[in-house]
Ligand binder design. Structure first.
Ligand code: ADP
Ligand code: MG
Length: 361
């Protein structure tokens, strides 16, 4: 139904979309997830021709809508968008918000447009509010009117840009419930959302967007339970991390401690976890310091919100051996109480590096 090929978009020197490729089939519900600022809104706005793409093509039923000869208003009727901020006409009643475009753009009679509008308002649960004005409605009701206004144009596809993210939490579900209903009725939809549970149980496919591309895509089970690529995993598991690249034995341990402490505070980790982590990091650095005259160390401390766990990954060069092998360590280090604070210590040889992974106990 819609094929996006090599789509790119620049704002001046800022490359927002690099090379986006998407195939949307009729009746599909596609969720787009990803960190903010990665171009999700820009992508929807390009598909809907609210922004002019810098390159690539968008084919709708085989017609390239970027072609100068294409009848843009006609294409817009097939495709409608729901925004985070509702964008209702404040000076028009609810029912007029729904009828204005069908009358002006589709040439419907007022009566015909109003009958259809009432039907749709009933569907979204707002028939009673037909004569109210937008500012008399709650956020959830406004967004349902915005969805109804889309439906009044009889679109073949609806694009949603974070439809619930400006809503009070108590109103999220009434809007999601309307979108669910549309999915059930077979409406083709592309939904940019931060509601992960919703994306998981509603979509046929989930696209994870990062770095101006569709970085990974799959079924909800693939993306949410078994993401393959690093950034997807970090996003799904809400992993936050700090990384140190240490290149000499004269590194500054105080700065590292202070930064790790600040990191823990930012992630709101319990005091005990913070204290243990600092003890562990100090001890690990003490073990690695002798190696640093001949090799380098990459140390990553990562916190997974979903798993509520802290992981430390150490990667050092040199010949293949486990730097935490107790039999190779001096007695005081091998017998340190710090070992009891760590669990799941794992050694792997990866890319000519010695990688040790461990978790806080
Ligand atoms: P997302 O929806 O994923 O948060 P956006 O598509 O809104 O991301 O924005 C992606 C990037 O493009 C951001 O860095 C944003 O500042 C920039 N951007 C978006 N719209 C414009 C614009 N009209 N002019 C300049 N920069 C823009
Ligand atoms: Mg956005």
């Amino acid at each position: 139904m819609i094929t996006v090929e090599h789509l790119s978009k620049k704002f001046g020197n800022l490359v927002v979309l690099k090379d986006v490729n998407i195939e949307i089939r009729e009746g599909e519900v596609i969720s787009i997830i990803g960190p903010s600022g990665t171009g999700k809104s820009t992508l929807l706005r390009c598909i809907n021709l609210l922004e002019r793409p810098s390159g690539g093509s968008i084919l709708i039923d085989g017609v390239d809508i970027l072609d100068a000869k294409t009848d843009v208003p006609k294409i817009r009727q097939k495709m409608n968008m729901v925004f985070q901020s509702f964008n209702l006409f404040a000076h028009l009643s609810v029912i007029s918000n729904l009828t204005i475009a069908p009358i002006k753009l589709l040439g419907k009679s007022k009566k015909e447009a109003e009958e259809k509008a009432m039907e749709i308002l009933t569907l979204v649960g707002l028939a009673e509010k037909a004569d109210n004005f937008p500012d008399e409605l709650s956020g959830g009701q406004k967004q349902r009117v915005a969805i109804a206004r889309c439906l009044a144009m009889d679109p073949e596809i609806i694009l949603f840009d974070e439809p619930t993210s400006s809503l009070d939490p108590t109103m999220v579900s009434e809007v999601l419930s309307v979108i669910r209903r549309l999915a059930k009725d077979g409406m083709t939809m592309v939904i940019v959302t931060h509601e992960m549970d919703f994306a998981r149980d509603l979509s046929n496919r989930v696209l994870y967007m990062d770095e101006g591309v569709i970085y990974e895509e799959g079924t909800p089970a693939q993306i949410f339970d078994n993401p393959q690529r690093e950034k997807t995993r970090a996003f799904i598991n809400r992993i936050r991390s700090i990384n140190y690249h240490i290149t000499s034995p004269r590194y500054d341990p105080h700065t590292i401690s202070a930064e790790i402490e600040a990191f823990c505070e930012k992630q709101i980790l319990p005091l005990k976890t913070r204290q243990n982590l600092l003890v562990i990091v100090n001890e690990l650095l003490r073990i690695y310091t002798p190696l640093l005259s001949t090799t380098t160390l990459d140390m990553t401390v990562a916190y997974s919100e979903k798993k509520e766990s802290v992981q430390v990954v150490l990667e050092s060069g040199g010949e293949a051996l486990n730097p935490l092998d107790k039999t190779l360590l001096p007695d005081d280090q091998a017998k340190s109480p710090v070992w009891s604070m760590m669990q799941g210590i794992e050694y792997q040889r990866v890319n000519s590096k010695n990688r040790v992974t461990l978790m806080l106990h």
